[in-house]
Design a protein around this ligand. Structure first.
Ligand code: HDE
Length: 713
């Protein structure tokens, strides 16, 4: 494997291991898979120049046949993904909670591979679909591989694995016509959701800005389920895992998402790739919420219920370490596509709980890899190999890559000296937490899982005004795409049970009335009326009024690192102004891109040549975080001659982005919708670069939202 230009750090043990399976295209000679040197790969073997191709042509057969089998089944969910390598470092040992090596040794740099994904779309679907994002991390620890297979939202749609196929069948394209791709806004999904009130919490998160992140590098990650930490004494603590991005949690607007999908369907994938190539390595801190075993029943929700979160204001998130992603994969298929995550991959010091969703996942992931990767030896694929090799008596199967030596493949044996021998506990052998169980075998749901409404309501209450507006807009859009009136009515009634103001806004947008009450038969046949009553919070309700940690308005706004700034300029732009802006913004890690009327190079008013990053016809406003127009008479005239520049600025204004103009740039601004709003706190005319920087740092000026909506861009 070639050393990455930007990797100044020592490769991790995992990268060294992967290098053994890599080969370099540059400098290599073409050979068949058998090592035979090839001197013609353009022509098949024929009976005469114009004759039929001969069956004998083994070169043609090898090439075509391999090609015919190049695809493997895409993941049934999370098909669209992007991966990166990196490492995890611990800040401070936490032996009182867990004996896991990764949480006890601050000298270790545990290699990781992370795969981010959308859930519903196919492998080639656009990145900005409204959807939950997968956030799966493979820790290659010295005690074995630990997979933390999470999402960017802290809860899930359903409480029991038994319902997963129904949930996914409802959200996927409809089975008769395979429409729509990568979208939840259709009848079958809302048919299911409106009859399954346990989905409402994750659903309202999916209607929030969390479902349209600005970048994969700017989203949180969650293990969702309650797991266990086990310490050396065998004591258990419940634990929830949180990833906190160093860049804060930021999103785009829905109008941008729709447009980004057309302008650059690979927006998130490209953003992650380019940030790593440029040496802006994304970082997340790992936090844990810890609950002593004795507090298992302290809360008004069940810790085993994956549709509930523990508000951070109730149990603080203790930050324990940091993950850095510093290397792009060498080969998408070999690494990002073939990586296999299994929630069942744990290490001593970490254990499961009886969360019925987690329990089902423990079966599903191994099962799916068998058909996706085609062999029980999928753990031998380089990206899936642990850094500490596994030895046991499992043998053979498709594509066995190892050559276990010796006469025996069973245990116990004497012929191989009893090897592979068992590990003693003192040597790190794994045992399960000995949970006491005394129960009847039943097919039922615990009553402690009943409340489906408190937490969606808490989430909505905790959002800022602009976030609430976005949620209302999302419900209106999604239900507006449904064609069946009874489905919309059921949804409206259910939303009214979460928050009546929210329901009113959605009803207005849909041109409908909220059904008066439950007497209206929702669906007698399946007893949905009764369900809604049963799942109300009831008397037992001591939730917080608000949980500020749930709002993106409370995130970090302290950096402009990696923000993309469009510099709209043509020949003759003011070098003095540009230099002033560039020095301030680039010092803080922002990336300035010259968007010129044509590709190639342009000259500034000091007669220097500058490389054009994008010709205006090849790019769009939605691909940038902010816009800067330096002065320069000739340059401003050129911008005025191409109407797309006007659209560019109007869209930036519509999307509440920071806009700065200098010198003659003011003339151009006057033609845009921003002209009347120069008092806007993110529109700058001949002002200090530092003020523009501050505004970019704020991500968006949401105060502009109402005016922005009037902009017909
Ligand atoms: Fe998954 N999920 N899931 N899921 N999931 C898969 O496994 C499944 C759930 C998540 O980048 C599949 O290898 C069931 C919760 C991520 O490769 C499959 C249930 C959470 C990824 C599967 C759930 C997730 C998957 C498809 C309910 C967050 C992508 C391909 C019991 C905590 C991993 C594969 C990657 C992938 C099953 C629910 C996250 C079919 C049955 C909850 C991030 O096995």
């Amino acid at each position: 494997m070639k050393q990455k230009k930007n990797a100044t750090e020592k490769p991790t043990k995992k990268i060294e291991q992967l290098e053994k399976n890599s080969w370099q295209v540059e400098g290599s000679t073409m050979k068949t898979n058998q090592g035979l040197k090839v001197n013609d790969t353009n022509n098949s073997l024929k009976a005469g120049e114009r004759g039929a191709t001969l069956l004998e042509d083994f070169l043609l057969r090898e090439k075509i046949s391999h090609f015919d089998h190049e695809r493997i089944p895409e993941r049934i969910v999370h098909a669209r993904g992007s991966g990166a390598h990196g490492y995890f470092e611990l800040y401070k040992p936490i032996p009182e909670y867990t004996k896991a090596g990764i949480f006890n040794d601050t000298k270790r740099r545990t290699p990781v591979f992370v795969r981010f994904s959308t859930v519903a779309g196919s492998k080639g679907s656009p990145d900005l679909a409204r959807d939950v994002r997968g956030f799966a991390t493979k820790f290659y620890t010295e005690e074995g591989t630990w997979d933390l297979v999470g999402n960017n939202m802290p809860i899930f749609f359903i409480q029991d694995a038994m319902k997963f196929p129904d949930l996914i069948h409802s959200v996927k394209p409809e089975p008769n016509n395979e429409i729509p791709q990568a979208a939840s806004a259709h009848d079958t999904f809302y048919d299911f959701v409106s009859h399954t009130t346990e989905t409402l919490h994750n659903h309202i998160w999916a209607m929030s800005d969390r479902a349209i992140p600005r970048s994969l590098r700017m989203m949180e990650g969650f293990g969702i389920h309650t797991f266990r930490f086990i310490n050396k004494e065998g004591e258990s603590h419940f634990v929830k895992f949180h990833w906190k991005p160093k860049l804060g949690v930021h999103s785009v607007t829905w109008d941008e998402a729709v447009k980004i999908n057309g302008a650059d369907a690979d927006f998130h994938r490209r953003d992650l790739w380019e940030a790593i190539e440029a040496g802006h390595f994304p970082e997340w801190e790992l936090g844990v919420q810890l609950i002593p075993q004795k507090d298992e029943h302290k809360y008004d929700f069940d810790l085993l219920d994956p549709t509930k979160l523990i508000p951070e204001e109730m149990v603080r998130v203790k930050i324990v370490g940091k993950m850095t992603l510093n290397r792009n994969p060498e080969n998408f298929f070999a690494e990002t596509e073939q990586v296999a995550f299994l929630p069942g991959h744990i290490v001593p010091g970490i254990d499961f709980t009886n969360d019925p969703l987690l329990q089902g996942r423990l079966f599903s992931y191994r099962d799916t890899q068998l058909s996706r990767l085609g062999s029980p030896n999928f753990h031998q694929i380089p990206i899936n190999r642990p850094v500490t090799e596994g030895h046991n008596n499992q043998r053979d199967g498709h594509m066995q890559m190892d050559i276990p030596k010796g006469q025996t493949a069973y245990f116990p044996n004497t012929l191989s000296g009893g090897c592979p021998h068992l590990s003693k506990m003192a040597e790190g052998g794994f045992t399960h937490y000995e949970e006491r169980i005394d129960a009847r075998k039943i097919r039922n749901r615990s009553e402690s899982f009943n409340d489906h409404f408190s937490q969606p309501a808490l989430f909505y209450r905790s959002l800022s005004n602009w976030e609430q507006e976005h949620v209302a807009g999302a419900y209106t859009f999604e239900l507006g795409k449904c064609t069946q009136q009874p489905i919309k009515e059921r949804m409206l009634w259910i939303i009214s049970q979460i928050d009546i103001d929210l329901a009113k806004k959605v009803a207005k947008g849909l041109g409908m009335k909220i059904p008066k009450n439950i007497e209206r038969p929702i669906n007698q046949a399946i007893g949905a009326d009764a369900d809604v009553k049963k799942h109300q919070p009831g008397a037992k309700k001591n939730y917080l009024d608000k949980s500020p940690a749930l709002s993106q308005a409370e995130t970090k706004f302290d950096s402009i690192a990696t923000r993309q700034i469009a510099v709209l300029a043509g020949d003759g732009f003011s070098m003095k102004n540009f230099k002033k802006m560039k020095s301030v913004l680039e010092k803080e890690g922002a990336m300035l891109k010259i968007v010129a009327p044509m590709g190639g190079t342009i000259k500034c008013d000091e007669n220097m040549e500058h490389k054009v990053d994008a010709a205006i016809m090849t790019t769009e406003s939605v691909l940038f975080d902010a816009v800067y127009i330096p002065g320069g008479k000739k340059s401003i005239k050129a911008l005025g001659e191409n109407s797309k520049y006007l659209k560019f600025v109007n869209e930036a204004f519509k999307h509440c982005k920071a806009i700065a103009v200098d010198g003659e740039g003011e003339e151009f601004l006057k033609k845009t919708y921003a002209a009347k709003h120069t008092d806007d706190k993110a529109v700058f005319v001949n002002e200090e670069a530092a003020a523009f920087k501050e505004a970019i740092q704020q991500h968006r000026n949401w105060d502009r939202m109402e005016i922005a909506e009037q902009v017909p861009a």
